[in-house]
Design a protein around this ligand. Structure first.
Ligand code: XMP
Length: 177
């Protein structure tokens, strides 16, 4: 797998240090009470697992399956793939995704959470691409700002692969086939 990576963008130690500080930010911002965390599958799985173990407060964890990306491109449409939606009525929600790109995913899921009666929705992403977004949305917690290039690893995939790399890296063009 390492041979398919053009360069490591964010290594494991740097990710770990940033997760420590993100956990402190989250702990500081939320009022007392149990928080509902919604993890967007599959990309946010690794990030969320490592982040949430650093947050020392009562949490309920839910997962949502959404899809919007096809290969290297955003399809422009966000699809909810689950039959059931978590009960978020009057709850404080922390929505976690792997990466903020066009903004369509966070925008669509946040809207849906409010439609379902969530009291407050905060959003957190490991990565945010520094670019103009199709939807006006920014995350409340951002691990790292990156350039507008396709990245894999630490949960992010290309055609289902590379999610288990312990770092975030840029894929070689010849590996994207
Ligand atoms: P939007 O465009 O809705 O994108 O903000 C969010 C979703 O798109 C996927 N995505 C990527 N996946 N490398 C990936 O592996 C990338 O560089 C990338 N950019 C966007 C991702 O699934 C994210 O949840």
């Amino acid at each position: 797998m390492r041979n398919d990576i053009e360069r490591v963008l964010i290594d494991e130690a740097v990710i770990e240090r940033r997760l420590d500080s993100m956990a402190v930010e989250i702990e500081r911002d939320f009022p007392d009470g149990t928080l509902v965390v919604i993890i967007l599958l599959k990309g946010a799985l690794v990030f969320a697992a490592d982040l949430l173990r650093r947050v020392p407060r009562p949490l309920e964890i839910e997962c949502l399956n959404v899809s919007s990306y096809e290969g290297l491109e955003s399809s422009g449409q966000v699809n909810f793939l689950d039959r059931h939606f978590p009960d978020v009525k009057d709850r404080h929600v922390l929505l976690l995704d792997d990466i903020l790109d066009t903004g369509r995913t966070l925008h669509a899921v946040s809207e849906r959470l409010y439609q379902e009666g969530a009291a407050v929705v905060h959003t957190g992403v490991l990565l945010a691409k520094d670019k103009h977004r199709a939807e006006e949305v920014e995350a409340d917690y951002v691990g790292f700002e990156i350039g507008d290039e396709f990245v894999v690893g630490y949960g992010l995939d290309y055609k289902g692969r590379y999610r288990n790399l312990p770092y975030v890296g840029v894929l070689k063009l010849e590996a994207a086939n």
